[in-house]
Design a binder for this molecule. Structure first.
Ligand code: SF4
Length: 455
């Protein structure tokens, strides 16, 4: 194949960050294909490479810069478009990186014709299109590519909402993605039906504040009821704020055959003093109540949580309060983050004005380690309940192990990863994309459940 034959319209993309970013990258690629571009991968070679960035933390930005520089170095003749959150927040920083040909912000990334105008910039500054997030009033869709075009063939991401009105003190997302806006329910249902008919078995609803879905007088529960009519096996909510988990939602999930018994509910801190400083919309009493209601009223419900350590002003007492609070909660796992000061946030101003004192890095490291260990204990405890039980597993990947054994992996409805192994390669490869009953036999050191398919 001579690259010049196809060089003009092959496009590849790399996505960093959240499920929302992945859904949007796929939508952009889908639209570019409709304009005559050919989907490719960086490995196969592409005339245009899109890098979808994340700026939720300093570490995320650093990762983006490394990825960008690496791609530029290895693909000198490709045009490079850097899009999304980092481009929205720091276009001037990205403009300094030689080899970037275009920088498109959070909404400008959806300007599909713009991609054809991107040319290889040797001396000139890159094409920069970054509209202020304060002006965002349109919400663009986001959805996985049709299963036939996608590596991932079982679980599809579907964007239902963008932006956020919550204004948590440490968060820069509203400054990057604007106010909360929801996609029309009919459009979401139509896209969900298309994804289901293209072969996906599970749809993961995603957004910035996914639970804050509102379209006209329709809320999240109304949308979920509409999606239950779609011919799909599973509907998963990617993440939901504590104040949005209410009786109506819990009863709907408890009674549903399709909406899976799994909530990811960000906690951030287990100290009411710190939750107040973070401007979160709940306290520990409310959070505990939502978790207990969910696990008591929804069979097999798994609740995972995000927690943050090192919030400026967090004392050892606050940390111990958080540790004990989480210890007593029936959580299925933790995502532990270290607080990262973000520009333009209330917290950054407070630290700058010495109203809040940063926590020493060594302390943050210790707290992160201790909470991560607690998270592992909670995960192991929750998963051990399923040993000896039968679970429905949607298999999505299989690989050949060094010892010649075939291994197939997938997730239960409450989002537990399960491995099945056998020397019968063909049999296991055929499991991909199927939801099958599995008897859970054990839990390995990596906290993977292991089992065997019940025929
Ligand atoms: S709820 Fe808070 S942390 Fe989450 S996106 Fe909105 S402002 Fe950020």
């Amino acid at each position: 194949m001579n690259i010049n034959d196809h060089a003009i319209n092959r496009v590849a993309a790399v996505t960093l960050g959240c499920k929302l970013n992945y859904s949007e990258t796929s939508m952009i690629l889908d639209e570019l294909c409709k304009q005559g571009w050919t989907l490719s991968t960086i490995k196969e070679g592409a005339e245009l490479i899109i890098i979808h960035t994340c700026a939720v933390t300093k570490q995320a930005e650093q990762k983006c810069r490394q990825k960008i520089r690496g791609i530029i170095r290895n693909n000198p003749s490709s045009r490079i478009a850097v899009i999304g959150c980092y481009a929205q927040l720091y276009p001037e920083v990205l403009s300094e990186i030689n080899g970037i040909d275009a920088i498109l912000g959070s909404n400008d990334k959806f300007d599909i014709p713009c991609y054809s105008k991107i040319s290889k910039k040797t001396i000139h500054p890159p094409l920069v299109k970054v509209t202020p997030a304060s002006t965002f009033d349109i919400v663009y869709p986001g959805y996985s590519l049709p299963a036939s075009l996608s590596i991932e063939r079982t679980r599809a991401f579907l964007k239902i909402q963008d932006g956020c009105d919550y204004g948590c003190s440490y968060c820069t997302i509203p400054l990057i993605r604007g106010v909360s806006r929801s996609i029309p329910a009919e459009q979401i249902v139509e896209r969900a039906s298309f994804l289901a008919s293209s072969g996906y078995r599970e749809i993961v609803l995603t957004g910035v504040n996914t639970g804050d879905y509102h379209y006209g007088n329709l809320g999240l529960c109304d949308l979920l009821r509409m999606l239950e009519k779609v011919n799909i096996s599973r509907i998963r909510i990617s993440s939901i704020e504590p104040d949005i988990v209410n009786d109506e939602l819990i009863m709907l999930v408890a009674a549903s055959k399709k909406i899976v018994p799994h909530f990811h509910i960000p906690l951030q801190s287990g100290s009411d003093r710190i939750l107040k400083a973070m401007r979160r919309r709940y306290d520990t009493v409310l959070y505990r109540d939502k978790v207990l209601q969910s696990v008591e009223r929804i069979e097999g419900c798994a609740v995972g949580a995000d927690v943050m350590v090192g919030y400026p002003g967090e004392t050892e007492e606050d940390f111990q309060l958080m540790y004990r609070f989480i210890e007593l909660l029936p959580l299925a796992g933790l995502h532990v983050f270290s607080c990262s000061l973000r520009p333009g946030t209330t917290l950054a101003r407070q630290v700058e004005n010495r109203e809040r004192k940063p926590v020493p890095p060594a302390e943050i490291t210790r707290r992160h380690r201790e909470l991560s260990e607690l998270g592992r204990m909670k995960e192991a405890h929750f998963k051990s309940h399923f040993i000896g039980k039968e679970c429905m597993v949607l298999f999505e990947a299989s690989k050949l192990l060094a010892n010649g054994i075939q291994q197939c992996s997938g997730y239960t409805r409450n989002y537990l990863r399960v491995l099945v192994e056998s020397s019968d390669r063909l049999k296991l490869q055929a499991f991909r994309g199927k939801e099958l009953p599995v008897m859970i036999d054990s839990l390995d050191d990596d906290l993977n459940l292991k089992g065997r398919v019940l025929s």
